[in-house]
Every structure is written in structure tokens, then in C-alpha cells.
Design a protein. Structure first.
Length: 138
């Protein structure tokens, strides 16, 4: 008869665990039964147009997309998608990345595709805050 006592204890433990599981599932399901919660309010910052902020159009930040024609230690020459040639000079502390990694300016090579963010200076000069490039797979 000792096996019957052990069997009874195991059965009671299994039923107790089942009861706890069913109770937890009921509480968890009840939490999701409530109607959908209201989404948090969206707070949008007020943007002041550059013209209203007193920034002249020639000093507004813009982007340049193109292909590197040549590179040196102080500038890269980029042919834009519009067919215009730009001499890009990075400003102090500019972010320079090639294939997702930080790189010096002279690491760019002809044929690299770049996206430059900065300010157009003169007819063909561009002061860059960030240059991100992608080298085509060889």
C-alpha cells in the first residue's frame, strides 16, 4: 500500500500545479480582455523653417548624392547624380564612414557611392558634416 500513498501525493501535486496553471492563465487572459488602451499622445516638436530662423538659403544644410571621382587627404571630388562636379571638404569633426566603418578621407576611392550632408559653399564647393560611402563589391 505504500505505492498508493505515493501515487496519491503525486496526483495531488499534479492537480495543484494544474490549478495554479489554470488560474495564472485565466488572470493573464483577463488582462488582455480589456479593451484596447488608448495610444500615448504623439508630441511633435515645433519646427521653425530655416527662412524664419534667419538662416540665408546659401547656408541651409542639404545633401549631395554621387560617385567619387578622386580623393585626397583634404577633399574628395564627387560627381553628383545631376552630373555636376563638387569639391567636398569635411569640416572639423565630420563623420566619415565607408561600408559602415569609420575611415579617413583618403580611403575613399573612385567609384565609391557617397551621400554627403553639409552646406554648399560656392559654385562647386561643399562643406561636409558627414560623408557616408559604399564601395561596390569587387
Amino acid at each position: 500500500m505504500p505505492w498508493f500513498k505515493r501515487f496519491g501525493l503525486h496526483l495531488a501535486a499534479a492537480l495543484g500545479a494544474l490549478g495554479v496553471f489554470v488560474g495564472a492563465a485565466a488572470v493573464g487572459a483577463n488582462q488582455y480582455r480589456a479593451g484596447p488602451a488608448a495610444p500615448p499622445p504623439v508630441v511633435r516638436p515645433q519646427r521653425t523653417p530655416a527662412a524664419a530662423a534667419g538662416v540665408p538659403p546659401s547656408q541651409r544644410e542639404r545633401s549631395l548624392v554621387g560617385v567619387v571621382r578622386s580623393a585626397s587627404t583634404d577633399e574628395i571630388v564627387v560627381d553628383s547624380l545631376a552630373g555636376r562636379e563638387w569639391h567636398v571638404h569635411p569640416s572639423a569633426g565630420a563623420l566619415l564612414r565607408l561600408n559602415g566603418r569609420g575611415t579617413p578621407l583618403e580611403s575613399y576611392a573612385p567609384g565609391d557611392r557617397v551621400v554627403v550632408i553639409g552646406v554648399a559653399q560656392a559654385r562647386d564647393s561643399f562643406a561636409a558634416h558627414a560623408i557616408t560611402g559604399r564601395r561596390p563589391a569587387s
